[in-house]
Design a protein around this ligand. Sequence first.
Ligand SMILES: NC(=O)c1ccc[n+]([C@@H]2O[C@H](COP(=O)([O-])OP(=O)(O)OC[C@H]3O[C@@H](n4cnc5c(N)ncnc54)[C@H](O)[C@@H]3O)[C@@H](O)[C@H]2O)c1
Length: 331
Amino acid sequence: MPVAEASVRKRTAGIVGAGSIGSAFAIVFAAAGHRVVVQDPAAASLENARTRVSTSLQELKQFDLLDEPAEDVAGRIAYVADLSQAVHEADFIQECAPERLELKQPLFTEIERHAKPDAIIASSASAIPASRSMGHLDTRHRCLVCHPGNPPYLIPVIEIVPAPFTDPNVAEQAQRFFAAAGMSPIMVRKEIEGFVFNRLQGALLREAYCLFRDGVASIEEIDSIVRDGLGMRWSFMGPFETVDLNTQGGLASHAQKMGPAYARMGKERGQDDPWTSDLVERATAERRSSLAIEDWQKRTEWRDRQLMALLRHRRRLAVNQNNSTTAQAAK
Ligand SMILES: NC(=O)c1ccc[n+]([C@@H]2O[C@H](COP(=O)([O-])OP(=O)(O)OC[C@H]3O[C@@H](n4cnc5c(N)ncnc54)[C@H](O)[C@@H]3O)[C@@H](O)[C@H]2O)c1
């Protein structure tokens, strides 16, 4: 059965699980104009979600990040305990229950039982691919993972991860649905545990734990190195662009100079994955197709201006924080 076009018109979104991610998705979908029904079996979770959504909407408005009054957006969200009520009219269903396979599998069976035949069913799972959580469903062609950052109303990227059984049309519709809601969907090309976001985060965290374990640096020191170092550039460009602009001659030159040291560090941690010349050639070709080497200097100047703007913003934030701390102390 063809799946309904979920991206063009204002639709009904069902959210299953009203914790951190479920309540945050309620904001994304309602702010995009959709009617939202959030479900959770725990009354306390539903109540917390209602409070959290209302507070976050007020704050988004204060930061000029909401086009309508907060109350209008909140008015499009309903909170229910019963699963069928949340999904039976939904065109797009976003599952946000705990990251446990033995919980998600029967939950998807229930969702499928109550959902309209043409609704898209998406899982927010952080690491569990749809093949494992939804492979047993009769209508698995309309199922996939749509993995957000936390919270999705502030972190634009969302990974669209179809399983081999997902209808490509469904994946494209999900991509359009999130793009229309102001997010930045990325279609992940192969289904893999942890997808891309958490594989990258995991690589950094694995090394951070090793450095902490071995007494090389404290937790706070490691956090500072990311906050005041690596993360400064990563707030406006990715790791490939970072090293491309760090080295005269770009990515290829960086790999030549630093590749052997990184290979030794990887081997020390039990990962023997050197950057082969063929791999570096392919990466360089892709990078050079988006930034010609003749434009490299200009782009490094752009990077520096971005860093200046960021530093100015951080200074203002620090001043504001100091002011509010002083005001608190004066009370
Ligand atoms: N927190 C994050 O940073 C993050 C980021 C991206 C994706 N995710 C993923 O999103 C999903 C939800 O994570 P979270 O952080 O919101 O968890 P959470 O613990 O904050 O919320 C889970 C909610 O699900 C409810 N729940 C439990 N059983 C349920 C059931 N059978 N039916 C419906 N609801 C049920 C719980 O009452 C709770 O309110 C997980 O798969 C998680 O891995 C989390």
